[in-house]
Design a protein around this ligand. Structure first.
Ligand code: IFM
Length: 454
């Protein structure tokens, strides 16, 4: 009989991860790069939006951010030192094609050549995202994502990038979180470009999905061999009480957040209940659009932070009494990741799933050269444990990436919210590995040691 395994549950459950599991960290261009007006880069809608008085909580911008463009080698060394085997980053479209159409910027493309080659030299797989929100401002001037013309511009951009980098990257995601771009950018107007119109928001969501599907078709026709997919922000949506009203509100919110994207991506078209709710705000869909959106994907990226608790009327909910919250005000709810993954597998013929973002903002301070972010360590450990649970139940998950490699520009919250495994002192640009970064590094080393023959 084998001796009982006396290791802690977390260690035992993480034995489940296959030795070729993709472990990574993630960032996005606008949030870290800086160099906003250098080397021929064009203006993005976020460059513009940051100048709107009151738009960003601390009045900050992405002009310098983590100064990543000037510190590329140092930052890639930090990626490698964590022992990850993948790094997810995005291209700033206006850095490589300043106006969003026509001429390409050789210096911008050269930067991403260096980034991709630098990862490969360090044994790290590049996971490329084409659009993490920073649309060229010139395209906004001609209607932005509300205009069907932008769909074609995006497909051209995707083909140009894939022609240049596609042979060296391990994955290409078209868009990051279309829900955010559509709803926060065009319904509530909290995010760039700051439009407040539900009809426009739903048309934007449709154009994002359409451009995703057409880009996949175009890249495959071009012979691009990198696995292709999209990244969605998803969450289990839970009613705030047992009332019928709250159940109906949660069902509708699930429709707007999850089914509005998942259903058409997997060939079911837009959900009827949400279309009925939207009425005249339902987007205009051309013949053939839904077939294009349903182009088969090689992977689906899932960004998970928390569950959504939804009630028919605003007010406190009992569901989360006693819960722990991050600095973003998001509930720490690891079981939601297991629930979500099981639900995706149950309801859709999903391709391999990659957790493309998971992480938390906490109030971090450097004390004697260390950042003791025990709450983030606990968050990561519990979520990786929840992922192991999903794996044990047979969900096809092939990767997990922490958001984020490094503290960065947290959109309308400015620099005050810190998600990094690495702390940034923005006055000096000094990087300090947090305890969570040490923890992840050591966890990954243990994962690697399992891969070696005994
Ligand atoms: O920082 C963002 C990221 O850009 C997209 N997903 C959520 C993160 C935390 O808010």
């Amino acid at each position: 009989m084998n001796a009982p395994d006396s290791r802690p549950t977390f260690e035992r459950s993480t034995d489940l991860f296959p030795t070729d599991f993709v472990w990574g960290v993630a960032t996005s261009a606008f949030q870290i790069e800086g160099a906003a007006r250098e080397d021929g880069k064009g203006e993005s809608i976020w460059d513009r939006f940051c100048r709107v008085p009151g738009a960003i909580a601390d009045g900050s911008t992405g002009e310098v951010a983590c100064d990543h463009v000037h510190r590329l080698d140092e930052d890639l060394d930090l990626v490698a030192a964590l022992g990850v085997n993948a790094y997810r980053f995005s291209l700033a479209w206006p850095r490589v094609q300043p106006g969003g159409r026509g001429a390409w910027n050789a210096r911008g493309l050269a930067f991403y050549d260096r980034l991709v080659d630098g990862l490969l030299e360090r044994g790290v797989q590049p996971y490329l995202t084409l659009n993490h929100w920073d649309l060229p401002a010139e395209l906004q001037d001609t209607g932005g994502w509300a205009s069907r013309d932008t769909v074609g511009r995006f497909v051209d951009y995707a083909v140009g990038v894939a022609d240049r980098l596609g042979d060296r990257v391990s994955a290409i995601a078209t868009h990051n979180e279309p829900w955010v771009m559509a709803m926060l950018g065009h319904e509530t107007g909290e995010f760039a470009p700051g439009v407040r119109n539900r009809r426009t928001a739903m048309q934007v969501a449709h154009h994002l999905l359409l451009s995703h599907g057409l880009a996949l078709q175009a890249l495959r026709a071009r012979g691009c061999r990198a696995p292709l997919g999209i990244v969605l922000n998803l969450a289990p949506v839970v009613p705030a009480s047992g009332s019928d009203e709250d159940a109906a509100a949660a069902r509708l919110e699930d429709g707007r957040l999850v089914r509005w994207y998942m259903d058409p991506l997997f060939g079911h078209g837009y959900p009827a209940d949400v279309r009925a709710h939207l009425g005249a705000d339902t987007p205009h869909v051309h013949d053939g659009d839904l077939a294009a959106i349903a182009a088969p994907m090689d992977f689906l990226g899932v960004n998970y932070y928390s569950r959504n608790v939804v009630g028919a009327a605003p007010g406190p909910d009992r569901v989360r009494a006693g819960a722990e919250f991050t600095e973003m005000g998001w509930e720490v709810y690891p079981a939601g990741l297991t629930d979500l993954l099981l639900r995706l597998q149950r309801d859709y013929p999903v391709p391999p799933l990659v957790i493309t973002e998971n992480g938390a903002a906490f109030r971090d301070e450097v004390v004697d050269g260390r950042v003791h972010d025990a709450a983030r360590v606990a968050y990561l450990e519990r979520h990786i444990g929840a992922l192991a649970d999903a794996l044990a139940l047979g969900v096809p998950v092939s990767g997990y990436m922490v958001w984020s490699l490094i503290d960065n520009f947290e959109w309308t919250r400015g620099y005050a919210k810190r998600f990094g495994l690495i702390h940034v002192d923005y006055a000096t640009q000094r990087r300090t590995l947090k305890d969570s970064g040490r923890w992840y590094r050591d966890f990954l080393a243990r994962q690697r040691s399992r891969a070696r023959p005994a």
